[in-house]
Structure formats: C-alpha cells, structure tokens
Design a protein around this ligand. Structure first.
Ligand code: C2E
Ligand code: MG
Ligand code: MG
Ligand code: MG
Length: 288
C-alpha cells in the first residue's frame, strides 16, 4: 500500500514537472514570434511625489498577451528572455514604446513626467546599449532627463567596471538611474558610491512590513536615511495602505508607487488618470 501511495505521489510530481517543462518550452518558442505578432503591451504605473501628491512620473511594465496562455507575467517570461537573449529586442521595443508614449503625454499636457524603464543585465552587457538608448531618445524626441533606467543591484555587481562606464556615458546625456528592489541584492555600499545613481527604490517586501515587522520597518527607515545622506531620491514600491503612505511621508521618503494609488494600467487609462488627477494636499502632520 505504502509503495503504491509513494508511487502515486511521484507520478503526480512528475506530471507537475512535465507540465512546467512543457509550459516553459511553449513560452520559449512563442517568445520568438511575440514581437513580430505584436503581442507585447506596455502598462504604466504612476509614481507620486509624497509631499505634493502630484504624479511625477510612471514606471513602464511590459505585458505579454499570449494566444494560448493569456496574459503571461513578466516575472515568468523575462528570466527566460534573458537566458535566450531575446531580452535585447524586447527591451529595446519597450524602451522605444515607453519613450514615445512619455513624449506624447508630455507634449499634450505640457508636463515633464519622467518615465522609468526596467533594464536587464543582458542589455547592459550588449556592446551598443548606450548607442541604442541615444538613438531611441533621438527618434522619439524625449529629453534625456525624462528617462530613468531602473537597474537592480545584480546588474551593477555583474560587471561593475563595464556597467559604470556605460552609466557614465548615458548620464552625460542626462539619463537618470535608479536602483530597483533596493536592499534585496548583495551590492556593498562602497561599490554603490561609484555609480551615478539618482534614486533608490525601496523593495515592496520592506514596504509591506511597515508597522508590522520591526526588521522591515527599520530597513525602510534606514534606506530613507541613506538616501538623504547620499542626496538620492527615495521611492517606495508596493504602497498599498494609508498607514504605509503616512509612515513614508513622515520619514521624508520622496516618492511612492503602489496599488493604494493605482495598479499598472494600459495607456488610455493612464492618460485619463493624468487628466483627472487633482493632487491632494497631505494633512499637515504628514508633511516633512
Ligand atoms: P519591478 O520593476 O520591481 O516592478 C514592480 C512590480 O510590482 C510590478 O510587477 C508591479 O505591477 C508590482 N506592483 C506595483 N505596485 C504594487 C503593490 O502595491 N502591490 C503589489 N503586490 N505589487 C505591486 P510586474 O509588472 O508583474 O513586473 C514584475 C517584474 O518584472 C518587475 O519588477 C521587473 O523586474 C520585471 N519587468 C517588468 N517589465 C519589464 C521590462 O520591460 N524589462 C525588464 N527587463 N523587466 C521588466
Ligand atoms: Mg522596476
Ligand atoms: Mg522593484
Ligand atoms: Mg522586482
């Protein structure tokens, strides 16, 4: 009996594995055609200035509408695209689309929103990344200082000397840089100093812990303080509650992003949000 039960469980496990492997193969093979078939979309999530309540920019987040699997999360397909090298073309497409869209919104509204675009290590390694970015800015007409590239600590630690030179080249044009998911990687503070960084983005795992877990709350407070002393902007990700917003504002965090204000939305909805949004003054006790 015992043997049959173990065998059954193993069988079940194997089927699960097969299913995962099959899905991976399906994703891998259909990723190759996804760009040509126009299956990618860019969604935008607003970034708010905590002191004024204004929308100061947005993060571009890619979405893939797969003909059979439906919407596939970037967390699922970006790592595969990185392994296969397809991230180079996909990343370039997202960058161009995000810059074009930002330029259009800024022209319509006479605003100077900054668009944040996620960049993979593979894109940085690629020889002509800086040239590609420069080309996209020229083609779309977006001023360089309205583009922020989000990189993770792992990108920096990967090939620090190469990365720092590419960053400096782009920084000379005016492009900004932020460290995404800050605090979850292994970068050392002494290394970080070398890089031309403008913004630290507090990872949502720390934001989630505000007021609930002492360690997470302490890390959030420490990252904000670190940002202040290094003269960097600090933006909190994954803000879902007014308690979190209040804590962040009280501690002098500059910006926030999260479901509390808006999920990432399609361009038309973001445009509507821009035209409707009336910045709400924060109550005095929230002000820095
Ligand atoms: P990320 O850059 O750290 O983006 C933040 C993620 O948190 C997004 O997930 C966003 O939808 C989600 N989020 C925002 N606010 C909240 C909140 O209040 N609560 C919760 N629970 N989640 C929130 P998404 O869009 O699924 O993207 C996942 C990751 O995929 C991104 O993490 C980024 O690392 C990667 N990614 C997305 N688009 C691109 C891209 O165009 N290029 C590259 N290289 N990576 C991308
Ligand atoms: Mg990001
Ligand atoms: Mg993040
Ligand atoms: Mg992330």
């Amino acid at each position: 009996h015992a043997k049959a039960a173990v065998g059954g469980r193993f069988q079940f496990f194997r089927e699960e594995m097969n299913q995962a492997a099959t899905e991976r193969l399906l994703i891998e093979s259909s990723l190759r055609q996804a760009l040509a078939r126009n299956e990618f979309r860019v969604f935008y999530q607003p970034q708010l200035d905590l002191a004024s309540g204004r929308i100061k920019g947005m993060e571009a987040l890619v979405r893939w509408r797969h003909p059979e699997l439906g919407i596939v999360s970037p967390a699922r397909f970006i790592p595969i695209a990185e392994e296969t090298g397809q991230i180079i073309d996909i990343g370039k497409w997202v960058l161009r689309e995000a810059c074009r869209q930002a330029r259009e919104w800024n022209a319509d509204a006479g605003s100077a929103l900054v668009v944040a675009v996620n960049v993979s290590a593979k894109q940085f390694e690629h020889g002509c990344f800086a040239t590609q970015v420069r080309q996209v800015l020229e083609e779309t007409g977006l001023p360089a200082h309205q583009l922020e590239l989000e990189i993770t600590e792992s990108v920096i630690m990967d090939r620090p000397d190469h990365v720092v030179s590419v960053m400096k080249e782009l920084r000379e044009l005016g492009v900004r840089f932020s460290i995404d998911d800050f605090g979850t990687g292994y970068s050392s503070l002494s290394q970080l100093k070398r890089f031309p960084i403008d913004t630290l983005k507090i990872d949502q795992s720390f934001t989630r812990d505000i007021g609930l877990d002492e360690g997470g709350t302490a890390i959030t407070r420490a990252v904000i303080a670190l940002g202040h002393s290094l003269r960097l902007q600090v933006v909190a990700e994954g803000v879902e509650t007014t308690e979190q917003q209040r804590f962040l504002a009280q501690h002098g965090c500059h910006g926030m992003q999260g479901y509390l204000f808006s999920r990432p939305v399609e361009p038309a909805a973001f445009g509507a949000l821009l035209s409707m949004h009336v910045p709400s003054e924060l109550p005095p006790e929230w002000q820095i």
